[in-house]
Design a protein around this ligand. Sequence first.
Ligand SMILES: Cc1cc2nc3c(=O)[nH]c(=O)nc-3n(C[C@H](O)[C@H](O)[C@H](O)COP(=O)(O)OP(=O)(O)OC[C@H]3O[C@@H](n4cnc5c(N)ncnc54)[C@H](O)[C@@H]3O)c2cc1C
Length: 574
Amino acid sequence: MTAWDKSVDFLVMGSGAAGLSAAIRGHDLGLEVLMVEKTDLFGGNTAMSGGVVWVPNNPGMKKKSIPDSDEEALTYLKHITQGEIDEERLKNYIDESKRMLAYLQEHTHVRYTSLEKYTDYYPEAPGGKSGGRSMDPTPLDGARLRESLMAIRPVHRQAQIIGKFGITAREAHSALGLGFGTMVFMAWQLFRYALRFFKRKKWGRDTRLVAGNSLIGRLFLSLRERGIEAWRNTAVRSLVFEGRRVVGAVVEKDGRTLRIQAKEGVLLAAGGFPRNAEMRQKYQRKPITTDWTAGGPGNTGDAILMGLDAGADVALMSEAWWTPTSLVPKYDEAWVLVVEKSLPHGIFVNKSGKRFTNEAAPYVDVVLGMYDDASRNAGASSRWFHVFDAEYRRLSIAGPIAPSKMMPDNRIPRRFRDGGYIHRAATLDELAEKIGVPAPALKETVDHFNAHAVKGEDPDFNRGWSAQDRYYGHPSVKPNCSLGPVSEPPFYAIEIFPGDLGTKGGLVTDLHGRVLRTEGGEVIEGLYAAGNTAASVMGRTYPGAGGTIGPALTYGFLAAESAAAAVEPAADAA
Ligand SMILES: Cc1cc2nc3c(=O)[nH]c(=O)nc-3n(C[C@H](O)[C@H](O)[C@H](O)COP(=O)(O)OP(=O)(O)OC[C@H]3O[C@@H](n4cnc5c(N)ncnc54)[C@H](O)[C@@H]3O)c2cc1C
């Protein structure tokens, strides 16, 4: 056997939420840690994200007098996961996510506040809450990262106002009304952006880090202060075994192949497989491609494939953190329609001109609705459109296109108008012809929808019934802020796709993040997985905003504790 090029206690593959949480916890427990990242930027999908975490019964709720309990959280998770996830595992998440958060808030720069208005995605389900469990990272002055600022992957383009600065989840929600307050807020943000001119010049990009950039910035700052080694442009290529135990990995760093010994284990925290075409075709429902994901370029399933080679079991491979998306010309990542789908004066229709789901439902369910529609109707040749009217345009965003109050039609950039992103027509018949759906069917759908929408009702799909549907509704629209007729010309359409924020199927792990074998379900010694590399604790569902990063931080943290063998997680949980 050739010698090791480097020896550490704990090797962490990937630099997103799961990887950074593990690296920090491992270091604090006395492990010598090396974190490696395949791409040229740290942070993964997490850096691009909203950075929100879903942690039930969290201290922020107590501060805001929002009642919650572990029992209610368990009732909720049991209900929404529909018996697919063991109760012990759900309880483990409820206990350990709180402990992880308390630790990071006490010992690192990570800071979260509870979003009191952000509803669980099924707030009316037993144990569901109308706010508080989703938490927003506090903005960070990126200048504190100094040169490392430019090593952090930027947020998704859609999280940047006029392509310049980001806003938090709380700010995004309160800006929905587009009233006087929103205008003052935007003017204030622009003024502050102008004040940061010299900082921008010095550090190379805007220094107000929000959302996923704030989370990654805060974790990275904590990592750097601890002197934990982190290598970019370094891909794990394969695992090294001694018998059946993982003892290290082969990595490729700047074109050089290195053998890294990992005495206490290797953590696979390399995200899921949204960008692996072969795996998507093999495991997922059709139609599917790698083009519709909003996730970053690094998530190509490398770690899951390594786990499979090592004999690991996988679960939930057909699933993703689904969300409808649109494809904006010249953007690398798809645009997530989390807000647009709930706004009044618009509907989603299929190729036959018919509605097929509650557009304002949780985004996972909207895409499952698209797939059900595909299997009932046009199969792999299915297409779907977001159809809306002039009133929608006046009040609301449509992908990167600002409301017509701020961006009239003649100011919409040419690449969106001529590139086939947004279609516009004086009548519904003309619009139907432009997008290739039968005009009589579209007209019938719209007339039927409008007759009920004016009363704030949707007898077909109950849109606007749940508080979740109304979270991103337009505050000025009555009687139901998620429902308004599609009646005022001109009419518009944007094609939408069954996209995702990342995949959620992966390696099966135990409560400590240890990877389990297919055969006999025993632990693969020395191998851990967390984040989207591991099969999700949330099963096929999504409990609320933050339902992916909460578990990623938690199971990275637990894996490090297990590798350090310093803490009995279950004993500490109470
Ligand atoms: C626009 C958007 C908004 C979102 N908002 C939220 C939100 O607010 N809350 C929430 O919970 N979720 C959100 N998500 C989803 C969330 O971002 C992901 O589910 C989560 O960040 C995954 O974390 P992770 O640690 O598993 O992986 P990642 O953050 O993707 O990190 C994995 C890293 O591993 C690297 N890697 C891959 N292969 C290798 C290799 N061979 N060697 C070394 N490194 C490798 C990748 O390059 C990547 O940097 C959002 C997603 C998007 C796209």
